[in-house]
Design a protein around this ligand. Structure first.
Ligand SMILES: NC(=O)c1ccc[n+]([C@@H]2O[C@H](COP(=O)([O-])OP(=O)(O)OC[C@H]3O[C@@H](n4cnc5c(N)ncnc54)[C@H](OP(=O)(O)O)[C@@H]3O)[C@@H](O)[C@H]2O)c1
Length: 151
């Protein structure tokens, strides 16, 4: 049905998603079928399982990647490090821990976008600012990973 709607110009992109690492082999089969334009997968500074195979395959096939649970469903963002620990990230436009976590995933060039959920318009604006360059290099991404692991 989605393919028919796409042919009719009523749907632009078709995607597939799964939240569990155990389903990634099946998800990769779907990716290789040529029938999807996008995948939606979990990715955050505490869960980088997709980096092993799913993201490399998406890049190879030229598929879009939507990142779900970039804040660990709230768990990571609630467990914030002391404000001073964000100082090395300020030059990247990071003012809050949520922005550091979002910039972690958005700085991976294989990622197209992230979909953090929030019930607060002010937080939506705060989160959106993490989509602005400059983006992190490997050093800053490793630093954010360390901050998460130290919590
Ligand atoms: N395809 C799938 O299988 C699948 C599975 C799971 C989730 N998803 C999708 O992924 C998206 C995100 O999932 P999620 O809600 O589980 O995880 P998330 O985006 O990682 O975390 C959302 C939580 O973070 C908090 N938050 C957001 N911005 C914040 C900020 N700036 N400061 C402090 N706290 C902040 C929110 O609380 P407040 O509301 O209080 O701000 C909420 O509790 C959703 O759109 C969901 O539909 C898809």
């Amino acid at each position: 049905m989605l393919e028919r709607l796409k042919e009719e110009g009523r749907v632009r992109s078709v995607g597939a998603t799964h939240y569990s690492r155990s389903a990634f082999p099946q998800l990769m089969d779907v990716m290789q079928s040529g029938r999807v334009d996008f995948v939606q997968v979990p990715y955050n500074a505490a869960d980088v399982a997709v980096a092993d195979e799913v993201l490399p395959l998406a890049a190879e096939l030229g598929l879009g990647v939507i990142v779900m649970v970039p804040l660990g469903s709230g768990r990571l963002v609630r467990n914030a490090p002391p404000e001073g620990d964000l100082r090395p990230l300020r030059e990247f436009g990071v003012e809050t821990w949520a922005q550091a976590l979002l910039k972690f995933v958005l700085s991976d060039r294989r990622v197209t976008c992230a979909i953090p959920a929030t019930s607060s318009p002010e937080r939506a604006r705060e989160n959106a600012r993490a989509g602005e360059p400059p983006f992190f290099g490997e050093e800053e991404r490793e630093y954010v990973g360390q901050l998460v692991r130290s919590r």
